[in-house]
Design a protein around this ligand. Structure first.
Ligand SMILES: [Zn+2]
Length: 417
């Protein structure tokens, strides 16, 4: 296997053009600088190649086209071995992954070595996702023919906080200048991860009475930016061939957070739905304050609200709420906030209609997806993340959860300083 692999590398080396590469900064052809033999570790042992190095005189840029093409860093683990080790770290923390690597693959590697692999593979995955997102965003106005696009797709998003590392790099003085100011810390030491889910309502199945699950779902995720998550959702729908702008209804299920409805406007043909369980949660809060926590009366009252909302009687419910006069100031405040929440979202609460059309009324799919994408790997005890580290590992984890891990075979690893 090692021999076969080495001769493949040799063949690739032979096809790399002898033309000097173009400097990425100034656009001038680069000059051949030197050549050296480098080694790296692959699944079946050590591989080597004679590598030409080019340099740009003006910009001092250097490059080794063969290594860029192969996605190889001298002395480091690359190729399918890197991908297998990456797979372990996507599922389990670095220290455990290192033990698994030894047990499963007979490879001795430190948690730091695994971290390095995740950065190089993850950066490739991040760049690919960003490029895909940009491509579909730029071409969104083009009327792409997607004859097999389904009539209805459902998307929903959810967010949760990640513990972030405190800045590690020190500020440096340059030529006696004053220290640059520290950048502001974003919301203390936490940053929001957003997860989005794309699925076909028609594929929901009732596994047992009242218990629904979906056959397929596709996930997208990003750190922080609300704009970005919707661009990713758009790209995912396009990639799947699930979006015919003229025909496909995009059902957007949200918890009432305003940023979701604002961003959802990128889908022209859409149906906005307030997550049914969030609607009830607000009713609960008021009922417990008004009728007492755990009281039967609160129970019955919320049950009635649920019935009426399912029946599409949102206007009646709001009218009924407005006629109530709770005794305590706290309850009155809760009632007002409930009325406001329902009034603001009334157009998104025609649950009878959504049920009849088979759109679904809950965001359970995104909440469970979010737990699977984020909580299971990123929110274990004491975990702290750097922004780039979290971004890269997230991109890799999504590939695995979306059944798209094989994509990595086509992405060269990126060397990360
Ligand atoms: Zn240059």
């Amino acid at each position: 296997m090692l021999e076969a692999l080495q001769s493949k590398v040799n063949a690739v080396a032979g096809t790399v053009s002898k033309q000097p590469p173009i400097c990425s900064q100034c656009g001038q052809p680069m000059k051949r600088h030197d050549s050296e033999t480098v080694h790296w570790l692959a699944r079946y042992g050590r591989l080597n190649a004679a590598v030409e190095r080019y340099r740009c005189r003006g910009c001092k840029q250097k490059c080794r086209p063969l290594l860029d093409l192969l996605g190889v860093e001298p002395g480091r683990i690359s190729g399918s071995l890197a991908r297998l080790l990456g797979l372990l770290t996507v599922v389990t923390p670095y220290t455990l992954a290192a033990q698994l690597a030894w047990q499963l693959l007979g490879v001795k590697i430190s948690p730091m070595g695994l971290w390095n692999i995740v950065q190089r593979l993850g950066e490739a995955a991040v760049r690919h996702a960003a490029a895909l997102s940009q491509y579909h965003w730029d071409s969104r106005s083009e009327n792409l023919s997607t004859p097999d696009a389904p009539p209805v797709v459902a998307v929903s998003v959810d967010g949760s906080m990640l513990g972030m590392q405190v800045r590690k790099q020190r500020r440096r003085r340059q030529n006696g200048e004053a220290l640059p100011p520290l950048p502001p810390l974003e919301e203390g030491r936490f940053q929001e991860v957003k997860t989005g889910v794309v699925l076909l309502p028609s594929e929901r199945v009732e596994t047992s009475p009242g218990r629904h699950s979906v056959v397929r779902r596709f996930l997208v995720s990003c750190l922080g930016d609300a704009e970005e998550i919707f661009h990713h959702l758009n790209a995912q729908l396009r990639e799947l061939g699930w979006l015919d702008t003229a025909r496909t209804v995009v059902v957007v299920v949200g918890d009432g957070a305003e940023w979701i409805w604002i961003r959802a406007k990128i889908f022209v043909n859409r149906c906005e739905i307030l997550d049914f369980w969030h609607a009830l949660e607000h009713a609960w809060e008021f009922a417990q304050s008004c009728y007492g926590e755990g009281s039967q009366k609160a129970d019955r009252w919320v049950h009635q609200i649920a019935e009426d909302l399912r029946g599409g009687k949102i206007e009646e419910v709001i009218a009924r709420l407005k006629r109530m006069h709770p005794k305590s100031a706290e309850s009155r405040e809760k009632l007002e906030s409930l009325i406001r929440y329902y009034s603001n979202n009334a157009t998104r609460m025609h649950y009878d209609e959504y049920l009849r059309l088979g759109y679904g009324i809950g965001s359970g799919a995104v909440e469970s997806a979010h737990k699977q994408v984020v909580h299971a790997r990123f929110r274990q005890a004491g975990m702290r993340w750097s922004e780039s580290g979290a971004r890269r590992l997230l991109a890799l984890r999504l590939l695995l959860l979306n059944g798209n891990w094989a994509l990595l075979d086509r992405l060269p690893m990126v060397s990360v300083a």
